[in-house]
Design a protein around this ligand. Structure first.
Ligand code: ADP
Length: 241
């Protein structure tokens, strides 16, 4: 699924959080939205998801205007920074949730749900954890479950908001390599928000740098690293291992 972001502008009261954003994301691409805090990354991600409406502009999925569609109708999977798992539900039930709330006609049978959840648990390497509760998992494990839950609805687009932001450095590094591998195997069009330039350089096919609600640069990690448009916002040199 390709995504076209056309002339998106967003105000919060009189504050302009996003200013005429234009961007095309190709099918199967893994794109990082990188920028300092307050630059509009999360707002743009939420507008792509249909969790937030823009004041101007449109979001096009595969040539079709989806601006008025809900997150369910957009077939979008969303991963939040703080996992947002249901605390009172087991890992199994958390992953099954998106399948169980489908309209009756589209809802898989109990057996199909069981099979699907076990496939997803294997995919995120958490086969043994089906009966645990989120409180019994580490941060990294919780985020894997959140990803499995997002994938359960077979999204056409995967959106991740600072997915590793709450984790410690070692787990963060591990998980971002793992996300890259997973994406190579299952290339769902994906956009992730980060303020960590090393993470963007490590994981993304392309990096979009936002600053004060505007796109400052779009390029491959190599292009952005070799030739940063605004070294005052992102001084890449000397910041990467
Ligand atoms: P980032 O993800 O880059 O940190 P955000 O998209 O969260 O940036 O926010 C961009 C700007 O919009 C910030 O100045 C933030 O304070 C403001 N903002 C975000 N959400 C709201 C909201 N619901 N109400 C008012 N202002 C908001």
């Amino acid at each position: 699924m390709s995504i076209e972001i056309c002339n998106i502008t967003k105000y919060f009261d009189s504050f302009k959080a996003l200013s005429d954003i234009n961007l095309k994301i190709n099918t199967g691409e893994l794109v990082a939205l990188l920028g300092p805090s307050g630059s509009g990354k999360t707002t743009l991600l939420r507008i792509i998801a249909g969790l937030e409406t823009a004041d101007e502009g449109s979001i096009i999925f595969d040539g079709e205007d989806t601006t008025q569609k809900s997150i369910q109708d957009r077939r979008v999977g969303f991963v939040f920074q703080h996992y947002a798992l249901f605390k009172h539900m087991t890992v199994f039930d958390n992953i099954a949730f998106g399948l169980r709330v489908r309209p009756a006609k589209l809802r898989p049978s109990k057996e199909e749900i069981k099979q699907k959840v076990h496939e997803l648990l294997a995919l995120v390497k958490m086969e043994e954890m089906a009966n645990r509760y989120p409180s019994q998992l580490s941060g990294g494990q919780r985020q894997r479950i959140a990803l499995a839950r997002a994938l359960a609805v077979e999204p056409k687009v995967l959106l991740l908001d600072e997915p590793f932001g709450a984790l410690d450095a070692k787990v963060r590094k591990e998980l971002r390599r793992w996300l890259r591998k997973l994406h190579d195997k299952y290339p769902i069009t994906s956009v992730f928000v980060t303020h960590d330039q090393e993470e963007a350089l490590d994981v993304a096919d392309r990096i979009v740098i936002l600053n004060q609600g505007k796109i400052e640069q779009i390029g491959t990690p190599e292009e952005v690293y070799d030739n940063p448009a605004n070294p005052f916002v992102y001084n890449f040199l000397g910041n990467v291992n």
